[in-house]
Design a protein around this ligand. Structure first.
Ligand SMILES: [Cu+2]
Length: 442
């Protein structure tokens, strides 16, 4: 690993601080060379409030996991060492990579046992904003902190003056600063929500951005439960990408419902120094973070907003086989997809796939939400296009689509990645209590 990248990793989300930006830029402009990272999954002490020190789970010792930077079309190696006292894996959410690297225990790899190291090697085909997280004992491991931001730079990096990940999540912390139960029988249907909203693991942080500059914000919902409808007050911005994939035409950003697992990229021109832009969420416009402009180091360059190139996603055919998926609550059986919960996969028994798809063929999935709850539905290993939606946005590429109450969404894609790919709700309690299955592509 080269020095700049090692320092950068240590900084983690410190890159959001303006002073640390050159480190970020350095890693981002590296043309060739190995993208090699090491991650230790470990127990760490952390204090949220009241000097109460609690146990969290971390990637590389700090509450904010390292931002991994890869380059589109270039190989990356990530060595993951498990220092926990329980198995773990890492799933690279939204990346179209080989099944052996997908990080689902038993289905794509054996779990990484305590003391073991597993090396993930892949070449990201798509640029954009992604994230990574544990896929083992997920209520616990995600709830205690195992998630981070994964940026794939464009093969010809798009030019912004600052590139700032903003990770949204809510921790289950009580008044004293201790852990609340991560799931409770009473709340698991709607999802057990956190009590302490954070951006980059800080409660209402002030993040410095350079004045009079072109800024790219990468908002990632790494929460297990909460849907954030985000608003940016105090400056006009443009929505330039959804879930990693550039919009064909950028649009003025008003607000966006970012569900667990989902991401949006915003671009804005920052005002002169000492101005504040406010990141808020939901109808009560709760303040999540302040972005404060600071003096530009050097002379600001007047950049024009680049049109991000589309990712090389296979184009589906007009003629497509259609399958229906029904997302339901079945009383005693809990959450299901097409009436069947998938609760357990073992090394020897993968059960039955929800569907078998032929490699290279185009498909339409009709997703019916027959419940009164919202479900962000995530397909591993593939990118699909939302082509019809009874209650929301159409015409964009994604890996996770949010189904509102009783909503129906049609998606289209090419099954172009062989393997057994998880298809599940990203509200982690829904996934763990049955709203989960897999699609087999062969
Ligand atoms: Cu759900």
């Amino acid at each position: 690993m080269d020095i700049s990248r090692r320092n950068f990793l240590k900084l983690g989300l410190g890159i959001a601080a303006f002073a640390a930006l050159p480190k970020f830029t350095l890693a981002a402009t590296k043309k060739t060379g190995a993208y090699h990272y090491s991650i230790k999954v470990m127990h760490t002490k952390h204090c949220f409030k009241n000097n109460q020190v609690i146990d969290i789970m971390s990637y590389n010792e700090t509450i904010e996991a390292p931002v991994i930077i890869a380059r589109q079309g270039q190989p990356i190696t990530i060595e993951v060492t498990n220092l926990l006292d329980e198995p773990t894996t890492i799933h690279w959410h939204g990346l179209r990579i080989p099944i052996e690297m997908d990080g689902v225990p038993h289905l794509s790899q054996p779990p990484i046992l305590p003391g073991e190291t597993f090396t993930y090697r892949f070449t990201p085909p798509d640029a954009g904003t992604y994230w990574y997280h544990s896929h083992v004992n997920s209520i616990h491991q995600l709830g205690k902190g195992l998630s981070g931001c994964f940026i794939v730079e464009e093969s010809q990096p798009a030019k912004f003056d600052a590139d700032i990940p903003l990770l949204l999540r809510s921790w289950r912390i009580d008044e004293e600063g201790g852990w609340l139960p991560l799931t409770t029988p009473k709340s698991f249907r709607s999802g057990t929500k956190g009590t302490m909203d954070t951006v980059n693991s800080k409660s209402i942080p002030t993040i410095e951005i350079p004045e009079r500059s072109l800024i790219r914000l990468r908002l990632v919902n790494v929460d297990s439960t909460k849907i954030y409808k985000v608003i940016l007050a105090g400056r006009k911005s443009k929505l330039i990408a959804i879930d990693g994939h550039p919009l064909e035409s950028y649009r003025t950003f008003e607000n966006y419902q970012v569900a667990p697992g989902c991401r949006i990229d915003l671009a804005l021109r920052s005002p002169v120094k000492d101005k504040t832009i406010v990141l808020k969420a939901n109808d009560d416009e709760k303040i999540l973070a302040y972005l404060k402009t600071v003096k530009h180091q050097g002379i600001p360059i007047k950049r024009s907003l680049p049109q991000l190139p589309p990712n090389p996603i296979s184009q589906y055919k007009q003629n497509r086989k259609e399958y229906m998926f029904s997302f339901t609550w079945q009383g005693g059986d809990g959450w299901t997809i097409n009436g069947k919960p998938l609760l357990h996969i073992s090394q020897d028994d993968h059960g039955k796939p929800l569907k078998r798809l032929k490699l290279g063929k185009s498909y339409t999935f009709i997703l019916n939400n027959n419940t009164q709850y919202r479900h962000p539905i995530h397909l591993h290993g593939h990118i699909f296009r939302v082509i019809e939606n009874s209650g929301g946005e159409v015409g964009y590429w994604t890996d996770t689509v949010t189904l509102g109450k009783s909503q129906t969404v049609k998606i289209a894609f090419v099954a172009d990645n062989p393997g057994k790919w998880m298809f599940h709700c990203h509200i982690i309690e829904h996934m763990k209590t049955g709203m989960s299955g897999y699609i087999e592509v062969s």
